[in-house]
Design a protein around this ligand. Sequence first.
Ligand SMILES: Nc1ncnc2c1ncn2[C@@H]1O[C@H](COP(=O)(O)OP(=O)(O)O[C@H]2O[C@H](CO)[C@@H](O)[C@H](O)[C@H]2O)[C@@H](O)[C@H]1O
Length: 496
Amino acid sequence: MSRPVPSSSSRQRRVLFVTTEIADFIKAGGLGDVSAALPRALKPTYDVRVLMPGYRQLLTAGRPIVHVASLPARHDLPACEIGRLLCEDGLIVYVVLCPELYDRVGNAYGDELGVGWADNDIRFARLAMAAAEIVNDASLLEWQVELLHLNDWATGLTAGYVRWLGKRYVPSVYTIHNLAYQGLFPVERLAALGIPSTAFHIDGVEFHGQLSFMKAGLSYASHVTTVSSNYADEITSAPLGCGLEGLLKKRALEGRLSGLLNGIDDHWDPRTDPHLAPNFGINDWHGKRANTQRVRRMFGLAPSSGPLFAVVSRLVAQKGLDLTIQVADAIVQAGGQLVVIGRGEYVIEQALIAMAALYPGHVGVNIGFDEGEARQIYAGSDFLLMPSRFEPCGLSQLYAQRFGSLPIAHRTGGLADTIQDGINGLLFDDMSLETYRATVLRAFDLFRATDLFYAMRRASMAGRLHWRQAVIPYRRLYADLLTEAIVRSDDVVTRR
Ligand SMILES: Nc1ncnc2c1ncn2[C@@H]1O[C@H](COP(=O)(O)OP(=O)(O)O[C@H]2O[C@H](CO)[C@@H](O)[C@H](O)[C@H]2O)[C@@H](O)[C@H]1O
């Protein structure tokens, strides 16, 4: 309690960014990257602080955590402490300290084998309730939250708790990074989680007879965003609306659904990335080739002058790995090679291992999650395969482009917004094996047309979608919501 809270300019408005991953400490996918980059990009303008669960990865990161507040048990949510951790660059991360819920071996959502924790409703309701309590009681952290920014289903209940417990209106932004994960639980859990039964209706948290954390966020947040404008459009109808298209369409018509494209930050730069040997920039194709040879060695591939294809992915149905497994033969027959790093569903892992066994020396698979290796693969590959069935934004293709690896992707979601066919990658329109295979074979022609290939590589490396630009619409949205809050708070006080 004794450490002084680093002061912020009094003119900066206070934003609590609630998330379940941050790449500094724990990352399961793109949410971890965004949670590390977006609050930092906002910091020059807003006093943004992060709130997240006190996973083992944070407790053992070697950074001091100062206890700043205690919260009582509520319903079946255990009592917890709030700790404050200061990142090296000054970003403040508040940590919900509740060892029985978070101090476990595994990732943010499940055990080492990827099996979701059975008490995830309690785990993430505890996080959401902590956020709402911080919003409600300015004395807790001696820092009055003026705006909440929530991310994905695991934080969705926060918007509900703020409304149910709230003494004042606090505007909230709810960002959908992936609508397919909804956080559905049996209705019988309402009381345990402290959700009023009156909220269990079609305009509240009910989804086909179940409790939906995702829907709490969509129903109660002041504004919903997602991570590309194309995906924002796609989710207002079936099938990508995942059953929530009606509500999302309504939010869109109210002007309360926006697609704000993700960016990438300075850490993703082949000229300086410490994982690469050697570093390289645009036109240093010799340096890039040295990284290709290194990846071949890492995966035990034979020497080759053909193109190297890569996959860096969570291994889930969304990412279309089944199709990539079916084009492996065409890649090898045409003189190419393929490397994969990924972790996820057991069936997909096993199918990839079986694929690698069929093409020794030409296809390599690493079942794992390794940031350094992922970066080496982006740097060493010529093409990144991303036949996603849907893709809210996608960061892998952006990293690949920056590292001079041309993405080959399905024209969907953020992939369509960030890849220009024939300029900085290749796109195919329909999600069929034939079209995908034809596009992969197109890549071989491109690889042989050296001038065009290098021109595209240059274009992809130069086209930087940086968080410095990507943050601008978030700043505007925050400003609009804060202005609107002045009016709404009077209204809420009158209604209560
Ligand atoms: N085996 C492995 N080893 C090391 N690193 C690995 C890895 N597998 C994946 N990664 C890394 O995980 C991240 C993946 O991010 P993406 O945005 O491409 O997809 P994801 O589906 O996780 O994110 C969701 O949220 C983000 C953020 O909004 C959206 O862009 C996206 O469309 C949505 O599905 C990248 O940083 C990638 O390098």
